[in-house]
Structures are given as structure tokens and as C-alpha cells.
Design a protein around this ligand. Structure first.
Ligand code: AHR
Length: 513
């Protein structure tokens, strides 16, 4: 049996948990849009072709903000292709994903879909092949009330009222040599600054996200952020982070420690941002937008499911791309990644799991067929629902285990939130041991805890297969949370046992002492 002692204290908080931490991402890639969220002719499609079975799952997932239309796709995209009468929209080659883009789903459809899903839209502009002029034009089209050419065009295309998009990303991963219109940090930093000024001149109320590094392993990681923010600090509000995690060559120990990798990544970017702030004597603070994160088997483990080499698919419309099937281990890791975001919610202002449907996604669909929840759906949905109020500092004293990638790591991972308004104390816990249950004792300083309101656990079904996944299962599948028995609470102490390889949430009724 592994052991862990966790302490929280009413007075030691991190920050309020922003609802924007529970974002997601819809890219014109593979089957995320077409046959994912949009499939006219599907039995569950509404009058606009939006799949209502998928909309129901998106609402259940608790997604709050959705980044769109890419990703790499955005760096070659002209938004004008996706507005106006359907029959006049051009078919284009999307060279980011080697696919044919019909443009049947475009800007207006995305806004309408966002409203039905109840999410905030987050629009990525093309700073790969386009520049300052297109940057200000899209803001005028979307947000200007009327009386100008582009805002009147929006009205003629069906939306008299402005879209009112607040969050805008200044391009995508422009540090990456794979990106259409890849740039040096100086080139991008200057372009981002000038685009930002032009966009703000149209609408001063918008919030802008500058591209940080595509991942922590980039040679330019750190210097990219320094240079870009050196140019653009004063005109942007957030800088982006992207990270994908996977089990490399059977190294499950390191994979399960991905949350620790995410902690270090966030702390490294925060340190760089702070250095730029002091050097430039800036008063304002910049947030971190973790606008792509997830588990992604980039090297593929399920060849049938994942034609990783996009070119192999030829020039098709919405080919199957990176449709990873997620298992119990992946779900536990996703739970710990969400914990990392909660632990850093004083710095991370926005976060988007990538992506929403089919493409490395919590929701899967089949064309003309069912929609279902993947294993990773559950930790996201429960955390989005139950992490409310303020994030509390968690001091964890746990047995540790060695990993190749992250050194010695706690067996038990934890985050906690305190929702004073509703008197709810929530713990989000993971046991990274594949073989041992973990006895957890939590000290709740400054709280008087009452009933256990909820205790759910997601673990290996029947204790057997950590690779179990929900495949083709309209009705659920084997990987789903169930009740966690044996949780006891008395006054300032909570005790429970986590099964081997599990993620759990426990909510207590509590009041401050
Ligand atoms: O989410 C898939 C891709 O990963 C995105 O298009 C890109 O931004 C990232 O490299």
C-alpha cells in the first residue's frame, strides 16, 4: 500500500478558478468539424447540420471556451472563404493537413454552433500567410456594430448583431518549421505587435494571445517567448503554451508523471514572462494561455485508427486523422494535467484541451452513426463541473517513485478547490501506482467538514486491463467513473484509499472554522 498525506489550509489559496480553464479546440482537421460537430443529413442533425448528439456531449463535458479554426490549418486559411452563400464558397486545398476544405462550415456556422453549445468563441487569425490588413479586417467583420463595408457584409450574410468575439489568437505555432509561413521570433514578434495594434484600433475591448513555443522541446523554447514579448508585451494579454504527452516506448512511469512535466513547463514560461516584465519595466501582467494540451500518441499505437502520415490519405475531404482511442492510463494522466492547471491557475488564464471531437478528442463519432465518450471525457467533465471557487495550495507528502523523464515523483497527485459560496471542498486525486492502492489522509486546516457529497473514481475495469478503452460504444463503454467507497471525514481530517492506477474526485460539505 502506498501512502500520502495532503494538507490544505483555508488561508493558503492559489487563485480563483477561471471558467476559461475548461476550454477545448475545434480545428478544420480530419473529422473534428465534418462528421464531428457538423453533419447535415445525420439523423441527429438540427436544421443547421449541427449534430445534437454531439452538442449534448459538449454541454455534458462542461466546455467553456472553444478555440477555432486551428491549429496549423489557421496558418493557410482565408476566413472569407467560409462566409456567404454556401454554393458560392470555394473548395480549397488545405496544405496543413493535405485535405480538401469544402468551406461548408465557416465563420457564421462556428458562431451559431458556439451559442448552441454555450461556449465562448476564441478565434485564431492567420499570421502564417496573411498580415496586418487581414487581421484588422476579420475584427471589423466580426465585432463592428455596422455602417462599414465588412460589418454590413456580416449583416447581409445573416448576422446583424456583432459576433462580439473577445478572445483572439495571433496565429498558431509560428516558431515551428512545419508551420505554413514559419517565422523567426523577431519576424513574428513585430508582426504580432502590428497586427495587435491594428485589431485593437477596430475594437479596443478584445484580448489577444501571442504565440509562445510549440512545445518545450523546441530549440528556441524560452528565447522565442523572450524575443516575441520583447516586441509585443504591451499589446497582448496572454502568451500561449502547447504540450502533448504520450507513453514513450512503454515508459509508463514517466507518462504517468506528465502532470509534473506540465508543472515545470508552466513555471518555466511564467519565469520567462516575469523576466521580460521586469526588464521592460512593464506594470501589467500577462497570462498563460495553455491553448493546446492533451495526450496524443504522435508516433501511433493503433495503426488502423490513425493514419499519422497525413499525405498518405491523399487529397480527401475530412480524412480520418489522429483519431486516438484513449484508455484508462490516458484518463488518469488527463486528470493529473487538469490538476496541474488548477495548481497554477494564478498564472494560467485560459486552457484548451486539443481537440474536441474525433481528432485526439474526448468525444468520438461515426459518420451517420453514434457519438460516444472516450475515457478522457470523464476527468475533464468532473473537474469542469466540480472545481469551483478558489484553488487551494496542496502540500503533498507521498511515497515517491523514480521516472526517467521527471526524476522522483509523488505516487499521489492532488489538487483542491474551495467553493465558499456553496460550502463545498473538492479534492481531485490520482494514484500513479500501477500495482498498489494508496492510503490518503488529508488535513483540512481552517475547515469544518461535514458530509461526503460525492466520491467518484475512475480506474481499471475489473482491475485487469489498463489499456481498456471505450470503442464504438454509444451507450458508454467499460471506462467510466463509479462510486469510491470507504471515504471518511471527521472535522479536519479526510481519509480514503485510491485503487491502483486511478483518478478520483471527492466533494465534501464544509464551512470555515
Ligand atoms: O492539434 C493538432 C495540431 O497540433 C495543431 O493543428 C497544431 O497547432 C499542433 O501542432
Amino acid at each position: 500500500m502506498a501512502r500520502a498525506r495532503i494538507s490544505v489550509d483555508r488561508d493558503f489559496t492559489v487563485a480563483r478558478v477561471s471558467r476559461r480553464l475548461f476550454g477545448s479546440f475545434v480545428e478544420h482537421m480530419g473529422r473534428c468539424v465534418y462528421t464531428g460537430i457538423y453533419e447535415p443529413g445525420h439523423p441527429a442533425a438540427d436544421s443547421q447540420g449541427f449534430r445534437e448528439d454531439v452538442l449534448d456531449l459538449v454541454r455534458e463535458l462542461g466546455v467553456t471556451v472553444v478555440r477555432y479554426p486551428g491549429g496549423n490549418f489557421a496558418s493557410g486559411y482565408a476566413w472569407e472563404d467560409g462566409v456567404g452563400p454556401l454554393e458560392e464558397r470555394p473548395r480549397r486545398l488545405d496544405t496543413a493537413w493535405h485535405s480538401v476544405e469544402s468551406n461548408a462550415f465557416g465563420f457564421h456556422e462556428f458562431i451559431d454552433w458556439s451559442r448552441k453549445a454555450g461556449v465562448e468563441p476564441m478565434e485564431t487569425i492567420n499570421l502564417g500567410t496573411r498580415g496586418v490588413d487581414a487581421a484588422r479586417a476579420i475584427v471589423e467583420y466580426a465585432n463592428h456594430p455596422g455602417g462599414s463595408y465588412l460589418s454590413d457584409l456580416r449583416a447581409r450574410n445573416g448576422h446583424r448583431e456583432p459576433f462580439g468575439i473577445k478572445l483572439w489568437c495571433l496565429g498558431n505555432e509560428l516558431d515551428g518549421p512545419w508551420q505554413i509561413g514559419h517565422k523567426t521570433a523577431d519576424e513574428y514578434g513585430r508582426l504580432a505587435r502590428e497586427a495587435a495594434k491594428a485589431m485593437r484600433a477596430v475594437d479596443s475591448g478584445i484580448e489577444l494571445v501571442a504565440c509562445g513555443s510549440s512545445n518545450q522541446a523546441m530549440d528556441t523554447f524560452g528565447t522565442w517567448e523572450q524575443t516575441v514579448l520583447g516586441h509585443a508585451y504591451e499589446v497582448v494579454d496572454h502568451v500561449s503554451l502547447h504540450a502533448y504527452y504520450q507513453e514513450h516506448d512503454g515508459d509508463v512511469a514517466s507518462f504517468l508523471a506528465s502532470g509534473t512535466e506540465m508543472d515545470r513547463h508552466i513555471e518555466a514560461v511564467a519565469a520567462t514572462v516575469d523576466a521580460v516584465r521586469s526588464k521592460g519595466r512593464h506594470r501589467k501582467r500577462i497570462g498563460l494561455s495553455f491553448d493546446e494540451w492533451n495526450v496524443w500518441y504522435e508516433r501511433g499505437r493503433d495503426a488502423e485508427d490513425q493514419p499519422q502520415r497525413v499525405a498518405d490519405a491523399g487529397w480527401q475531404e475530412h480524412p480520418r486523422l489522429i483519431e486516438d482511442s484513449y484508455n484508462v492510463t490516458d484518463a488518469v494522466v488527463v486528470g493529473t494535467l487538469l490538476n496541474s492547471l488548477l495548481r497554477h491557475c494564478d498564472r494560467v488564464t485560459i486552457a484548451n484541451q486539443a481537440q474536441l471531437v474525433n481528432v485526439i478528442a474526448p468525444i468520438r463519432t461515426e459518420e451517420n452513426g453514434p457519438a460516444w465518450r472516450q475515457a478522457i471525457f470523464h476527468p475533464f467533465a468532473l473537474t469542469a463541473e466540480l472545481a469551483r471557487g478558489e484553488s487551494l495550495q496542496t502540500v503533498v507528502r507521498s511515497d515517491r517513485y523514480p521516472t526517467i523523464r521527471s526524476g522522483d515523483v509523488d505516487v499521489v497527485d492532488a489538487a483542491a478547490t474551495w467553493d465558499e459560496e456553496n460550502g463545498r471542498l473538492a479534492f481531485f486525486l490520482a494514484n500513479r501506482s500501477l500495482t498498489e492502492p494508496a492510503a490518503v489522509e488529508a488535513g483540512l486546516r481552517g475547515f469544518d467538514a461535514g458530509r461526503v457529497l460525492r466520491a467518484d473514481v475512475l480506474t481499471v475495469p475489473d482491475g485487469r486491463d489498463r489499456f481498456a478503452a471505450n470503442r464504438w460504444a454509444a451507450a458508454g463503454g467499460p471506462v467510466r467513473p463509479g462510486p469510491l467507497a470507504g471515504v471518511t471525514v471527521s472535522g479536519e481530517a479526510l481519509t480514503l484509499t485510491l485503487p491502483a492506477l486511478s483518478w478520483a474526485v471527492v466533494v465534501l460539505e464544509a464551512r470555515m472554522r
